[in-house]
Design a protein. Structure first.
Length: 573
């Protein structure tokens, strides 16, 4: 039977039973209404008339109005004769009342009239009792038939409530479970509905689909295995270590290079949970740390690994693998790939470059010092007088030598930074002394451009944990750049204030500012803003960053085109 037919029959039958119950109830209610109406109209009114006649009779012959009331009620009684024997009793009452009217003083007629009235009342009382019994029987029958009809309706409704939803929901539930099995690639799943309704047709269509999917899956299985083997071969032949994990952090593949640096065998890592492997392997623990902690801004990290009897350097990169499943719109994470790029050759070149720069810088300081000494001798009056042109040449050579000395010092500082050999003398330092030392160092440069340097420092600033010389060097670098890029006769402001457990040093100029495109690169080595006056090496800010961070501080820049720049750093108290 079709589902639509079942629903129509079930709901229709329930509707018919409700109508039957309503009809039976209405019929018996009308019957009860009719019975009670008969009692009220036929008998109760007669009793009322009889009572009024008794009262009027008691008032005779003293009250002449009593005759009128008695006669009025007697006439109404004559119009309301409904019971057997009531007509004869009423006629006899009329005869006795007529005798009383002709002979008012005859008291012997009063008992006869009372007897007639009592007979009429008796007949109506018996009728009321009889009709009450009939109404009671009607009520009993109504209760019985309504109960039978209601019970029948309840049985039908309960049967429909139990069977009808199950007949519809059970096949849907079974079909839903089967669809989930198919989605999980269990193509051997089948649905067994023997009925010939819509569910039966749906089951046959579903089973046909499952058979085709199973056939297609079996036919393409060998091809998939071949492709899987090809991918495994490609991964194993990569020169960089590669580790693959699924969304549940289970290791699904590891190439030979990764096995070599971890020192593990395939059976000890493939198919295992990464967290379990990390318990006994420090390298795996460091590789999956970012996947467990999940930093807000993941970045590439350098890792030192001792492999092949030498120290090697790798750059770790975690690639999240996401797909959009068929029929869906949202991306779904299906795993991660950890790639370790071998940067050992680049590190070795970087070490060689740093060593070369340190050596050359150190060697250059000696001839530069000799040039400065020779310039001092030339400027001495004892060596002879010099003309104006010679003086200009000496000043030019002095400027060049100072610039070479500055470049050499910056290169030496850079080599210390890159080799990690920064010599820091961190102690409790007075912020005011650092500011004054820096201002004295750039005083002449500021006067040459008629630039005013203003200090805005809070009173009673706490001492900071810093290397006074290195910190002053950073502040001098900020002031030197501010003087260089500020217009003549402008103002440079040094702000110093306490921020919780730190002290902020900031230098604000009124130069042309830095484009937002270059703000993130301003602290990179050798970087100079395009279009700026490239008189420096591009190392000052990079070295400043290393000096401040080596002291546990933080460096920052805020700038907008046309609004100047503010370079600042924070140091711990």
């Amino acid at each position: 039977m079709k589902i639509k037919t079942k629903l129509t029959l079930g709901v229709g039958l329930l509707f018919i039973m409700i109508i039957i119950l309503s009809v039976v109830g209405a019929a018996y209610i009308n019957a009860l209404k009719s019975d009670t109406k008969n009692i009220l109209v036929a008998n109760y009114n007669t009793l009322e008339y009889s009572r009024n006649m008794m009262l009027a009779l008691d008032e005779l012959p003293a009250d002449k109005e009593a005759f009128t009331r008695f006669e009025s009620n007697l006439k109404q009684q004559e119009l309301n004769i409904t019971e057997i024997g009531e007509k004869e009793a009423t006629a006899l009452l009329e005869q006795h009342f007529a005798l009383l009217k002709n002979n008012i003083a005859d008291n012997s007629i009063h008992p006869l009239i009372r007897k007639d009235i009592s007979e009429i009342m008796k007949l109506n009382m018996e009728a009321i009792q009889r009709k009450s019994n009939v109404a009671k029987d009607t009520a009993h029958s109504a209760t019985w038939w309504i109960a039978i009809t209601g019970t029948f309706c309840f049985i039908i409704a309960f049967t429909l409530l139990i069977n009808l939803p199950n007949n519809i929901s059970n096949p849907i539930k079974e079909l839903t479970d089967s669809i989930k099995q198919i989605a999980a690639k269990n193509y051997s799943q089948r649905v067994h509905f023997e009925s010939h309704n819509e569910f039966g047709e749906l089951a046959r269509s579903f089973n046909s689909m499952s058979e085709k999917l199973e056939e297609y899956n079996n036919s393409s299985l060998s091809k998939l295995l071949f492709e899987k083997k090809r991918i495994e071969t490609l991964v194993n032949n990569m020169h960089d270590p590669v580790i693959g994990l699924d969304e549940g952090m289970k290791i699904i593949f590891v190439n030979d290079q990764a096995l070599k640096i971890t020192g593990l065998k395939p059976e000890n890592i493939i198919g295992k949970q990464a967290q379990d492997v990390s318990v006994t392997n420090d390298l795996v623990r460091s590789l999956i740390q970012d996947l467990i902690v999940k930093p807000a801004e993941p970045e590439k990290k350098h890792i030192n690994i001792f492999a092949d009897n030498k120290e090697s350097f790798f750059e770790k990169e975690i690639i999240n693998i996401t797909i959009i499943p068929t029929g869906e719109k949202e991306k779904k994470l299906i795993g991660h790939v950890i790639v370790l790029k071998n940067i050992t050759p680049f590190k070795e070149l970087d070490f060689a470059k740093t060593s070369f720069i340190a050596t050359i810088s150190h060697e250059l300081k000696t001839p530069i010092a000799s040039i400065k000494m020779s310039l001092q001798l030339l400027e001495n009056d004892k060596t002879g007088e010099i003309n104006e042109e010679q003086q200009q040449l000496i000043e030019s050579i002095k400027d060049d030598s100072n610039r070479l000395l500055k470049i050499t010092s910056e290169l030496l500082n850079l080599s210390q930074v890159e080799t990690g050999n920064i010599q820091l003398n961190i102690q409790k330092s007075d912020p005011y002394e650092i500011i004054q030392y820096a201002m004295d160092a750039v005083k002449i440069q500021a006067e040459q451009k008629q630039i005013e340097i203003v200090t805005e420092a809070n009173e009673r600033l706490p001492r900071v944990n810093a290397d006074t010389e290195k910190t002053a060097w950073v502040l001098i670098n900020f002031l030197t750049n501010a003087i260089r890029y500020s217009p003549d006769q402008s103002k440079i402001t040094i702000f110093v204030k306490q921020e919780q457990e730190r002290v902020l040093f900031a230098v604000k100029d009124n130069g042309k500012g830095i484009d937002s495109r270059y703000r993130d690169k301003i602290f990179d080595k050798y970087f100079q803003v395009p279009g700026s006056n490239k008189t420096g090496t591009g190392l000052g800010l990079a070295i400043s960053k290393e000096f401040i961070e080596a002291q546990g501080g933080k460096i920052n820049v805020e700038s907008e085109l046309g609004a100047g720049s503010t370079f600042s750093f924070l140091l711990n108290t």
